[in-house]
Design a protein around this ligand. Structure first.
Ligand code: NAP
Length: 490
């Protein structure tokens, strides 16, 4: 087997590490990423004050020490996305060089609210804020924190609470973590006084987990405005899950910090859905007015429905945090077939992720043919959508490795599941001719020119970032590809 993995985030590395630990036979796993470094969301998504979540990188480092695994960074594959400095690798080059392909491409696009399209310095997707505080290569501008007093965050997920916490924590508390000095400087200049976290459903339906809610309650310098007790009342006879009971308990107890003189406050606004944002008429207070439609939860469907009432919320900055979706990925029509076939987009806009067959996550072409694509798989958010914590991603990845890829290799050419194999989209049709060591010529050239990075390069940058950090600080990140490539050339 020569497996090409597109995406060097946690799910790709979990699949690779599982395969390497389950077999000692000769094989090759090459992981490609358009980021110059490995670990995807672990470096560019996990909140800096959650360093324990990043411990999975030890497992990934161990996998990368196996000579059967190679990493190639700064390589964009396919028809979408990527950064200007990426080396572009056509999908056809992968087809020629690999016998198996895994898509571990994640969900990289923010879901947007129909009433709140992004608007510079007024409406920002939470992803931009996360990319700013993690110094992601997309190089977004910092949010205008020195010009705002009131911030509205839309959505009740963990990303909303991550962003709210980073905005409300004192910069001094954040300083020992992996937060670039330039980000801390912006936070030091912040004039934020209040953060409203707004959701269309109630406390029982909130997507955030209790650990993250407790962290909000424990903020040392910010206090939650107590909720109206009627919001926390539960209809008699309602059976609550453990998570729901804990959420209600935490919301009833409120903030640990009860000091009413706290400079910063935050609040949860349940049963509210944004309708519109407009410039404020009362310009000396806040810059904008956010119209919020009142909602209730339909008992049959569980969905939020409007009640017809509205409220006006004066605010300065809106951050939308509504989850994520994947990207289109087109496989070009087969060149190996005598009958030309159409291009195939693996992505389903309806699902928000690639089309896969559960539980082995084999890729499936779109209906009406709906064929299983031989030796092609997806894992993690690319396969399931943007849900679940890292432990769920790991379980999914292990399943794809055990039940999909390894079974196919050991039981070569088994009849997979009940579907028909898509013969037109075979990867390298002559597997016996594949050389485990060879690389696509574009990658060979990119390595020579310094346009492609390896895991060894990452280890060097990692070491240097730790060395640069002030005493007591985890690391001081390199902030751009230019800085990284300059350092590596030296
Ligand atoms: P999420 O958990 O899916 O939450 C999205 C929120 O947006 C929900 O409250 C949802 O409300 C709301 N929403 C979606 N569409 C909306 C619309 N059109 N109008 C109003 N509200 C809308 O997404 P996330 O916070 O981005 O997190 C993604 C995944 O990463 C989750 O599995 C999360 O647990 C995980 N994560 C974990 C951590 C951690 O472990 N610390 C940190 C960050 C992220 P409805 O429920 O009403 O749809």
């Amino acid at each position: 087997m020569k497996l090409g993995i597109i995406g060097g985030g946690p799910s790709g590395f979990y699949v690779a590490s599982r395969i390497l630990s389950r077999t000692s036979r000769p094989l090759r796993i090459d992981i490609y990423d358009r980021l110059w470094c490995p670990h995807g969301l672990v470096r560019y998504g996990v909140a800096p004050d959650h360093p324990e979540v990043k411990n999975c990188v030890h497992k990934f480092d161990q996998a990368a020490s196996d000579s059967r695994l190679r990493f190639f960074g700064n390589v964009n594959i396919g028809n979408t996305g990527g950064f200007g400095h990426n080396l572009q690798l056509p999908v056809q080059s992968l087809f020629k060089n690999y016998t198996h392909l895994l898509f571990a491409t994640g969900c990289t696009k923010p879901r947007l609210h129909p009433s709140l399209p992004p608007q510079k310095d007024v409406v920002l997707p939470a992803l931009d804020v996360v990319h700013w505080y993690t110094a992601h290569p997309s190089n977004v501008s910092p949010p205008p924190l020195d010009k705002v007093k009131h911030v509205s965050i839309i959505g009740l997920g963990n990303v909303s609470l991550d962003v709210a916490r980073i905005l409300l924590m004192s910069p001094e508390e954040l300083a020992p973590y992996d937060v670039p000095e330039s980000v801390l400087d912006v936070l030091r200049r912040s004039t934020i006084e209040h953060v409203s976290i707004i959701g269309r459903r109630g406390p029982l339906e909130a997507a955030f987990t209790t650990k993250e809610l407790r962290e909000m309650m424990n903020l040392s310098e910010a206090r939650m405005v107590p909720l109206d007790p009627s919001v926390l009342q539960v209809e008699e006879g309602t059976k609550l899950t453990r998570q729901q009971s804990r959420t209600l308990d935490l919301l009833k107890k409120g903030s640990k910090n009860t000091d009413s003189s706290s400079k910063k406050t935050w609040s949860l606004e349940f049963y509210r859905n944004p309708l519109e944002i407009a410039p404020s008429h009362n310009s000396h207070a806040h810059g904008r007015t956010l119209s919020l439609g009142h909602t209730e939860v339909d008992k049959t469907t569980g969905k939020a429905v409007p009640t017809g009432l509205t409220t006006q919320l004066p605010t300065d900055l809106v951050i939308t945090s509504l989850g994520f979706h994947g990207e289109s990925f087109t496989l070009p029509s087969s060149s190996s077939s005598s009958t030309p076939t159409a291009d195939v987009d693996l992505y389903s806009p309806t699902l928000g992720h690639l089309r896969t067959l559960s539980p082995t996550n084999r890729l499936v072409s779109p209906t009406p043919s709906g064929h299983i694509l031989k030796h092609m798989y997806a894992s993690g958010w690319a396969a399931m959508g943007a849900k679940g914590v890292l432990a769920a991603t790991m379980m999914d990845a292990y399943n794809v490795a055990d039940e999909g890829i390894l079974k196919d290799v050991v039981m070569a050419d088994q009849e997979v599941e009940s579907g028909k194999l898509e013969e037109e989209l075979l990867l390298n049709p002559d597997e016996s001719s594949v050389d485990l060591n060879s690389l696509p010529s574009e990658i060979e050239k990119g390595l020579v020119e310094g346009a492609v990075t390896t895991y060894e390069d990452w280890r060097k940058v990692d070491e240097e970032e730790r060395r640069r950090a002030k005493e007591g600080k985890e690391r001081e990140r390199m902030l751009s590809w230019e800085e990284v490539s300059r350092y590596l050339r030296r």
